[in-house]
Design a protein around this ligand. Structure first.
Ligand code: TPP
Length: 372
């Protein structure tokens, strides 16, 4: 370990993709690797499907970023670089498993069948989340860091009490969230009650401007041991490894063995959100190094080299992604603006006297313009 006395941070010697404990099934060059604990047999068709998912997701993400820059969205949280972690893990789940996402889980939402247009509604300020959580088994995006880890554990404990129900819950969050009290409380409860829940940390190495090494002297997956459940670090840019590890974790959790922590070691290639400027705290060389580990390029290299896909396949996937982007853009710019008073709706299930008073006062204020 090295200790930076100026900043009082501790850097783990093995942090990063060189860590021998990192589960990897596909190298950045697109070579298949085996792993004794996480074997994966997968048909070429399924690898092509994972590739298709990732390309669609990236194209959607780029379009949403552009829409924000053009003033069509209030803000956008890019997923750029995290496609493999999200697609691989989400494709390992059953439709009835319940997902608790943060604001960046667009790939997970995609795999659950949520139309991408619906994701944009929150970022356009039209509602508090554009889908029915019960229909897709995906809770609304959580902006409050780490809060939904507790929701996931509570939900998992309820599942546990339903006879014959072997569904599980999964909470997605970032490295920064692991510093929150809520997440640590969620770990304690999940371990104590052996709740059927996976904690899926996308360690994109930055909590806005705070690097991971300033938050944890040990790799994040090792924290699980202190709470009494398994933790594993997977190459978050390797979609096959993320699929295999999440499948194994889901089987473990589903069988009643209690929670599981997955640390997907990845990198957020974009900004934290469109309101952030990472050039103020992050070195360009770091971004360049991670571009070489692009999660999509390595699957493309594998498919091309193994002959599992030809040029027509890649052209088709790109064309399909382009159509998706056009569809999403058209839907976004024609979304009807909600009435200003609707922002008071759905805050409390049973209403609130204070909110009713605020709504009435705001209605009066708006009416004053009409009279003038
Ligand atoms: C409880 C709480 N504190 C602070 C914030 C402000 N905030 C928004 S995003 C963020 C960093 C989150 O980093 P991380 O958990 O690593 O997720 P990432 O955005 O990198 O995916 C912070 C501090 C918040 N939303 N909620």
């Amino acid at each position: 370990m090295t200790v930076d006395s100026l900043h009082h941070t501790v850097a783990p010697a093995e942090a990063g993709p060189a860590d021998p404990t990192l589960v990897q099934l596909l190298t950045p060059e697109g070579q298949r690797r085996g792993h004794p604990d996480f074997p994966l047999e997968i048909a070429d068709d399924d690898v092509r499907a994972l590739y298709r998912d990732m390309v669609a997701l990236r194209r959607f993400d780029v379009e949403a970023t552009t829409l924000q820059r053009q003033g069509e969205l209030g803000i956008w949280a890019q997923v750029l670089g995290q496609e493999a972690a999200q697609i691989g893990s989400a494709r390992a789940l059953r439709p009835t498993d319940m997902v608790f996402p943060t604001y960046r889980e667009h790939g997970v939402a995609w795999c659950r069948g949520i139309p991408p247009e619906d994701i944009l509604q929150l970022f356009r300020g039209i509602n508090f989340g554009g889908w029915d959580p019960a229909a897709y088994h995906v809770a609304p995006y959580t902006i409050v860091i780490g809060a939904h880890a507790l929701h996931a554990v509570g939900y998992a404990m309820a599942l546990q009490r339903e006879p014959g129900n072997d569904s599980i819950a999964i909470a997605y969050f970032g490295d920064g969230a692991t510093s929150e009290g809520d997440v640590n409380e969620a770990f304690v409860f999940a371990a104590s009650y052996r709740a059927p829940v996976i904690f899926f940390v996308q360690n994109n190495q930055w909590a806005i401007s705070v690097p991971e090494i300033r938050q944890s002297p040990i790799p994040l997956y090792q924290r699980a041991a202190g709470f009494g459940f398994p933790g594993v670090r997977v190459d978050g840019n390797d979609v096959l490894a993320c699929l295999a590890v999440t499948r194994a974790a889901a089987a473990h959790v589903r069988a009643g063995n209690g929670p599981y922590l997955i640390e997907a070691f990845t990198y957020r290639m974009g900004a934290h959100t469109t309101s952030d400027d990472p050039t103020r705290y992050r070195l360009a060389a770091e971004v360049e190094a991670w571009k070489l580990r692009d999660p999509i390029e390595r699957v493309k290299a594998y498919l091309s080299r193994s002959g599992a896909a030809d040029a027509d396949f890649f052209t088709d996937v790109d064309t399909e992604a382009e159509r998706l982007a056009e569809r999403v853009r058209a839907a976004c710019v024609t979304m009807p603006d909600p009435g200003p008073l609707t922002m008071f709706d759905h805050v409390y299930a049973a209403g609130s006297a204070m909110l009713d008073a605020e709504k009435a006062a705001y209605a009066e204020y708006l009416a004053s313009f009409e009279e003038a």
